[in-house]
Design a protein around this ligand. Sequence first.
Ligand code: FAD
Length: 307
Amino acid sequence: MPNRALLALARSDRARELALELPATRAVVRRFVPGEARADAVQVAAGLVAEGLRVTLDFLGEDTIERRHAHRVEAEYASLLGELARRGLARSAEVSVKLTALGLRLPGGEEIATAHARAICEAARTAGTTVTLDMEDHTVTSATLRVLRTLRAEFPETGGVLQAYLRRTPADCRMLAGPGSRIRLCKGAYDEPADVALRDRHEVDLAYVSCLRTLMAGEGHPMVATHDPRLVAIARHLAREQGRVTGDHEFQMLYGIRPGEQRRLAAAGETVRVYLPYGQEWWGYLTRRLAERPANLSFFVRSLLSS
Ligand code: FAD
């Protein structure tokens, strides 16, 4: 499971300020977040698309505590989607959205976030692409799935995310494996208590496979989000077993992680989508990536020592 101490830093403003003072931080951030500006992200997306990959762009930010910030997030996604359409990228590039960035944790947040997310779905439809709602920590799982259901009534193409480590996920998977659904299955990136989430890596892997079986046997479009080579191999096997063909499921990986494997899978005929984050609010995202893998942390420390 991810390193708990590092995950705790994700919510620390002090740790963020300290890290920002270190020149090496920028180098590490760039490995996972190619740019802060929309133009940087769109440029990188265009390069990935030219290589035969698909993209989902995430404007970084979470846990908005001001309404006007949620408005700004919606406006950024609208501009981004317009830009993707203008550059002819909308067929291959969609967007990923965090509902807490759209105000989900504010009083009356579910309505606020739904309204902003609906506007983003409209902009995506106009651009000719889709939206996927990222999944955050367990305190917002039910609300996120409710918003997903509401949005899907109007925008059936809207995607959602399920986290294999949550004990509730097998039931959610069964509910969301129906026709038209687009579900990204990931292991889960947050520090969750044992009563709501499995905490043993092996158990999480087994749960992942079991959910994969449900989604692959279902009638939706499974989005297999993992860098784990064993799970990728199992997913490919299950897809074949279910008679699935290229285009009715996809693999997803994060920008900067196993880029060679992303290209290898695409060359083997799989649909591969790269999750591409951008923006200034990269602290929470970065700490989750460091927490997932001790080697990333030593890369960070080595960069610090050599700076
Ligand atoms: P792991 O067992 O963590 O890793 C398997 C192997 O992959 C490692 O041995 C290593 O080789 C490589 N690897 C994994 N992580 C890293 C890393 N950080 N740096 C370098 N190498 C690495 N989580 C959520 O909770 N909500 C979401 O909405 C969400 N969306 C995601 C979208 C995408 C496209 C992906 C790929 C992941 C997403 N995640 C999300 C994160 C996910 O839950 C995991 O935390 C993350 O993917 C690590 O798990 P893993 O399946 O890659 O397996």
